[in-house]
Design a protein around this ligand. Structure first.
Ligand SMILES: [Zn+2]
Ligand SMILES: [Zn+2]
Ligand SMILES: [Zn+2]
Length: 580
């Protein structure tokens, strides 16, 4: 993919939009959202939705809907002319079948422009067709069967479906999951070279967000990136359809003029092996980014993160052998799947995961920052929360048992945020996911403290802190001082955590092993060093004021990091500001 790349045309500070809002060249909702969202603008449907319109007639038995007559008028012609309507009529969306969003986006792409495919390119974008079809696996099966279904919908006989194959491959290679305000993937969209030529890195310097009609209205910045070198002449624009979810790219680090812009195509909190296999399966490339090519024996900071994410201790000492890792993965997957199933029991889930975290599995123990441990913290926080709300008792202080489960749940969200924050100091590109963890820890802690008896004092319930003035941090428009603001916030969070952790972790065997989750420096020498015997002596009876302040700080810190990644006007930042 090296010949297609984008570079900064000027120096860019951290937290700046580096493209205008780019409209898609093709897009479609996932099957599951066809009835709840507008197929033209992706906004949630409210009131009576509008079906597609054909030659002045409303289509009666439609699978797609629009939020307004305007959206219907804009998109209906493409809905019919692309044969999307035929595809949906011949295989109506059902919960059991695979989403046909990729096929429908591919159909729309073929209709928007007569497909000028040359070699491995279509509309100037890489299709990767040969590579995707080379191996007889899940993806190549999908391409072949999908192309046949598309050809049938377009009224072609059983002939060759090469054009359709190229279009699906283009969608698989360049399509991005469109995420709504709640973080749900609601559909897919394909953008022109300004976005699609940006390469992947596991330590990227940029991220992206979507602009849906209900979200921000801010002036669009200039395009601050350009295709590198001789590729300019190949920039054949496919031309957008003029509506649909737009995308904006933003710097998450300081970027120098001429530096390549990169984003993540995969979850960055996964260990190297998992990232590699996902990138290979879907895009057929081997990542050679700085993070992937630093050997695990080197002492660079990014290799520390990958080392921690997959480190296991066996009775024989260190080992990161694949087979042993797989047994642990299977075990954790099974526990989580059982919990998520219809009759999943949160109590069993908590017991099993905590036993695993404490004693390991047949002699294998997980590093406290192992990616499975991190998954376990996420699951434990939601399992404890569900347990509290389903124990047939009320959520508040009238039931001490339910309250203590809520407390443990909040403590796990804090541990999770602290663990991710520790990794952030070594890998700055984790900022987007760390922002999320802090904001949810903040929300949980605020809920906990306001449901306590007695509630926190009025004096404490102020969104003010003389030490870090965290509310101001949220309003900071320039992030030139990013590191400084971050340090101050983390320092305050550290102070409040030390005062509240004994109370938050009380009664949970695993959590009590952490003396101070904000100081995880000891895990670098794990398993040799652990604070196994550290029991936090400090159980402050009137710590609710501290818990409340801790929550407010966590939320502010999450909001600050989110503003860096998604802008001050994003729905995300707005939500945090509303809460504060
Ligand atoms: Zn609409
Ligand atoms: Zn990589
Ligand atoms: Zn403070």
């Amino acid at each position: 993919m090296a010949e297609m790349e984008m570079r900064a045309r000027e120096d860019v500070e951290i937290g700046r939009d580096i493209t205008p809002a780019i409209p898609p060249i093709s897009f479609s909702l996932h099957d599951a959202f066809l009835h709840s969202h507008c197929s033209a603008c992706f906004s949630p449907l409210s009131g009576r939705p509008f079906p597609p319109r054909r030659h002045c007639h409303l289509s009666s038995s439609s699978s797609v809907f629009y939020c307004s007559p305007l959206c219907s008028a804009a998109d209906s012609p493409l809905h019919f002319s692309s044969a999307e309507s035929n595809l949906l009529a011949s295989s109506p969306p059902s919960p059991s079948s695979e989403s046909s969003a990729d096929l429908r986006a591919a159909l729309r792409l073929l209709r928007t422009n007569s497909a000028a495919a040359s070699g491995d390119r279509m509309f100037g974008l890489l299709t990767n067709r040969e590579k995707l079809l080379a191996e007889g696996d899940e993806i190549s099966d999908r391409v072949r069967s999908g192309a046949a279904a598309m050809a049938a919908a377009r009224g072609k006989g059983n002939g060759a479906a090469e054009e359709e194959e190229s279009a699906i491959c283009l969608v698989i290679t360049n399509g991005v999951e469109v995420v709504d305000e709640k973080g749900r993937g609601i559909g897919i969209a394909v953008y022109d070279s300004a976005f699609s030529w940006i390469n992947h890195s596991c330590s990227p310097n940029a991220c992206y967000r979507f602009l849906l009609p209900s979200s921000e209205l801010s002036p669009s910045p200039d395009l601050r990136i350009v295709p590198s070198g001789r590729t300019v002449e190949n920039a054949a624009a496919a031309g957008g359809v003029g509506y649909g979810p737009r995308i904006i790219i933003r710097s998450i680090r300081r970027i120098e003029k001429g530096e390549e812009i990169t984003v993540a195509y995969t979850d960055l909190l996964q260990p190297k092996a998992a990232r590699s296999s996902e990138l290979w399966l879907k895009y057929r490339f081997i990542c050679c980014c700085k993070r992937c090519s630093s050997s695990s024996s080197s002492s660079s900071s990014s290799s520390y993160v990958d080392h921690a994410l997959e480190e296991i201790a066996t009775s024989q000492g260190f080992d990161i052998v694949e087979a042993t890792g797989r047994r642990l993965t299977d075990y954790v997957d099974e526990v989580i799947t059982n919990f998520l199933s219809d009759d999943g029991d949160p109590e069993t889930c908590c017991q099993k995961l905590e036993r695993l975290l404490i004693s390991g599995l047949s002699g294998l123990r997980l590093h406290p920052l192992h990616h499975l441990a991190i998954n376990a913290y996420t699951t434990l926080s939601s399992a404890y929360r569900i347990h509290a709300s389903t124990s047939n008792l009320t959520y508040d202080h009238h039931c001490p048992e339910a309250f203590s489960k809520t407390r443990t749940s909040a403590a796990y969200t804090l541990l999770l945020a602290a663990a991710a924050n520790h990794l952030l100091t070594f890998e700055p590109s984790l900022v987007a996911c760390v922002a999320n963890y802090w904001a949810s820890a903040g929300e949980c802690l605020l809920t906990l403290s306001s449901s306590s008896s007695p509630p926190p004092s009025r004096v404490a319930q102020q969104y003010r802190c003389s030490k870090c003035s965290f509310v101001d941090a949220l309003k900071a428009v320039s992030y030139a001082d990013f590191e400084n603001v971050k340090l101050k916030l983390v320092d305050c969070i550290g102070g409040y955590t030390r005062r509240s952790w004994g109370y938050l972790s009380k009664g949970c065997d695993y959590l009590e092993r952490f003396e101070d989750p904000m100081d995880l420096s000891w895990v670098q020498k794990w398993p040799g060093s652990s604070n196994r015997d550290a029991k936090c002596g400090l159980v402050v009876a009137e710590s609710m004021d501290d818990v409340w302040q801790l929550g407010a700080h966590c939320l502010a810190y999450g909001g600050f990091l989110a503003a860096v990644c998604y802008g001050e006007q994003s729905p995300w930042s707005n939500q945090v500001q509303r809460l504060l």
